[in-house]
Design a protein around this ligand. Structure first.
Ligand SMILES: *Cc1c(COP(=O)(O)O)cnc(C)c1O
Length: 388
């Protein structure tokens, strides 16, 4: 087999764990029944499998199983949360608060709502990527119906203080939604302790299948109403119609089970590898860390590199390492990242930047090869750049 590049783009997606695949396979073939078919064994088998997965996922975030609504992923969950709240609560107010470093799956539904007449405040973040809690509290008005803040950022890995945000939202009686696509299975999440009303989840960022996710919708203290965005057979308590995708749901359940079993050992292992890579890269002159130094996902590293074009660096590494630019490239083909822009390092925006995402299958040998290759590439690109 020819040598494939070392995969360090685990924030984009991950390799599915074989154990997840094994759990899913029977549900494509012999146990193919529709979980909504209540009159025969095939349906019961599907229903039992969905029930088990729903319980595992609910336990993982400390909610009850009936509060989990399966979706096609976090994009759909975010759309359902944001548009579903806007539609259900518009008579109480038409103002939404979110942050400039959110994923497009939050920003774009918000922009869409603006086109319908809602008002959205996109608050800035601190230079380290953390939100300013006081600014958030001051920005909540009587007509604010929703605050949406991601749990972990997909570029710089920054972990927002969910519990503190939850307290503010509780005090001000606004609904709190969090996009936890990058956080689920990697850090502790508890919707009760953190006073979260809506939480978006996905399986494929933690070695599960693509095309499956969920929205947690709180049903008591308070009961949160969501206007459905898909109408049809009335599945998922009428919130999300469509035949349940049993194999993906089973895979999602297994994904969460495995991730939570290994959460402590994996977060320790990945953060040690990440710290080693970080130390070696930051040793080079003109290499800077993006995002908070410690309040960050264990497998995340994002750096800006002075005197190097991001696209040129990625090209030099192409056959060796699969990763993505952060991306604040000077290259005309790459748009600057809205996340790095929001950090306000105007001076660094012209630098190349790299986003590393470590995963369950990242090894210590890989990290050694990666740091050596990157250091070599930076040095040779800088040498060939007469402007440096
Ligand atoms: C990947 C990601 C999404 C989109 O999730 P899908 O399941 O691929 O739709 C949303 N938000 C964040 C923060 C992500 O990292």
């Amino acid at each position: 087999m020819s040598q494939r590049p070392i995969y360090l783009d685990n924030h984009a997606t991950t390799a599915m764990d074989e154990r997840v695949l094994e759990a899913m396979l029977p549900y494509f073939t012999e146990h193919f029944g529709n979980p909504s078919s209540i009159n025969h064994l095939y349906g019961w088998e599907g229903e039992a499998a969905v029930k088990k997965a729903r319980e595992t996922i609910a336990n993982g975030i400390n909610c009850s199983p009936e509060e989990i609504v399966f979706t096609s992923g976090a994009t759909e969950a975010n759309n359902l949360a944001i548009k579903g709240i806007a539609e259900a609560y518009f008579s109480q107010g038409q103002h939404i608060i979110t942050f400039q470093t959110e994923h497009n799956a939050v920003l774009d539904p918000c922009k869409y709502l603006e086109s319908l007449g809602f008002e959205v405040t996109y608050l800035p973040v601190e230079k380290n990527g953390l939100i300013d809690l006081e600014l958030l509290e001051k920005s909540i008005r009587p007509e604010t119906i929703l605050v949406s803040v991601m749990a972990a950022n997909n570029e710089i890995g920054v972990l927002q203080p969910l519990k503190e945000i939850g307290k503010i939202c509780q005090k001000k009686a606004v609904i709190f939604h969090s996009d936890a696509a990058q956080a689920i299975g990697k850090i502790h999440l508890d919707v009760k302790e953190m006073n979260i009303h809506l939480l978006s989840l996905t399986a494929h960022k933690i070695h599960g299948p693509k095309g499956i996710g969920a929205l947690y919708v709180r049903r008591r203290n308070p009961r949160v109403n969501i206007a459905p965005q898909l109408h049809g057979g009335g599945q998922e308590k009428n919130i999300r119609s469509g035949t349940l995708y049993t194999p993906q749901i089973v895979g999602f359940g297994k994904t969460i089970e495995l991730a939570l079993e290994e959460i402590e050992t994996e977060s320790k292992r990945q953060s040690e590898l990440r710290n080693r890579l970080q130390k070696q890269l930051l040793n080079i002159e003109g290499v800077y860390l993006n995002g908070h130094p410690t309040q960050r996902l264990p497998g995340n590293l994002n750096v800006s590199i002075e005197g190097v074009d991001g696209a040129a660096l990625l090209l030099a590494l192409q056959g060796i390492i699969a990763l993505s630019s952060g991306s604040a490239c000077t290259s005309t083909t790459t748009k600057p990242s809205h996340v790095l822009k929001a950090l306000g390092h105007e001076d660094k925006l012209a630098y190349g930047s790299l986003r590393f995402g470590l995963g369950r299958f990242t090894t210590s040998q890989e990290i050694d090869i990666v740091s050596e290759k990157i250091i070599d590439s930076i040095n040779s690109l800088r040498k060939s750049n007469i402007n440096y």
